[in-house]
Design a protein around this ligand. Structure first.
Ligand code: NAP
Length: 252
């Protein structure tokens, strides 16, 4: 079970943080991995890490908010690997934070572009490829616990992370007959560059609310990525899977 030999996974934002962790999980299960990111140095370093594990990996420079760049990166990915079997739309970030009433239209557009439109663009590229070839596929997006738990000063982030939950539910139904599954992962606080860039009081509160008293580690992303990429998850679609160490069910 969970054997990904012969599988090609595409992970956007795969050069660091949660994306690289998921790429490592895929490689451990035997998959070849294409990673997309903007920073050439981080891209090269991530490929070196994946290859040092015995994996086959290639990085493609791409800003996922640029449709033309995503199209080029997808074409380059196909040229290198022939196809992709799973598509992890993981690239994203905090977007523009601040008091809701002070955020401009341009602030909102930036966050929507980064966390929602980029997912749509990436998923469309993979979906068209699978439908043209009449081959099955796996769409996976990294949402966030912030989609279902309120977070002050992060209205754009929460909104966009909730929007992708609607997207996977719609796609699960629309693409189910084509044997394409769509799911979202909602990580709670996992230790990364992005999450450590939050106030210490917030981090301490996340620790207190986790059942184990610990915040998540990057390795915690590996198994869920393998499961959602593998055929063993073929009956799971349209789901939004919370991975938060119990944060969201913390009792009063
Ligand atoms: P991170 O360590 O900052 O990594 C972000 C990744 O996305 C990097 O690989 C970055 O590479 C890439 N990226 C950012 N903007 C991009 C763009 N416009 N085009 C292409 N790549 C881009 O952050 P992370 O914590 O791993 O976050 C990854 C995802 O998990 C995000 O969607 C985030 O919202 C979500 N998430 C994180 C947590 C957490 O606790 N860490 C919790 C819930 C959800 P380049 O800089 O090279 O482009």
């Amino acid at each position: 079970m969970f054997d990904l030999n012969g599988h090609v996974g595409l992970v956007t934002g795969g050069n660091g943080g949660l994306g690289l962790a998921m790429a490592k999980g895929l490689v451990k299960a035997g998959a070849q991995v294409a990673i997309w990111g903007r920073n050439a140095e981080k891209n090269a370093d991530a490929v070196a890490q994946l290859e040092a594990m015995g994996g086959t990996a290639a990085a493609f420079a791409c800003d996922v908010t640029d449709d033309a760049a995503a199209k080029r990166a997808f074409a380059a990915t196909l040229e290198r690997f022939g196809t992709v079997h799973s598509c992890f739309a993981n690239a994203g970030g905090a977007g523009v934070r601040g008091p809701f009433h002070e955020l401009s239209r341009s602030d909102w557009s930036q966050t929507i572009d980064l966390n929602l439109q980029s997912v749509v663009t990436t998923f469309q590229l993979a979906t068209r490829h699978w439908l043209e070839r009449q081959q099955p596929g796996k769409l996976i997006v990294t949402s966030s616990l912030a989609a279902i738990v309120g977070l002050a000063g992060a209205s754009g982030y929460s909104t966009t992370k909730a929007a992708v939950m609607g997207l996977v539910r719609a796609l699960a139904i629309e693409l189910g007959r084509a044997n394409i599954q769509a799911n979202a992962i909602l990580p709670g606080f996992i230790e990364t560059e992005m999450s450590l860039d939050t106030p210490k009081a917030f981090q301490d509160a996340c620790r207190r609310r986790a059942a184990s008293g610990q915040i998540g580690q990057l390795e915690d992303m590996e198994g869920i990525a393998v499961f959602l990429a593998s055929q063993e998850s073929r009956f799971m679609t349209g789901q939004c899977l919370i991975l938060d160490g119990g944060h969201s069910i913390f009792p009063l």
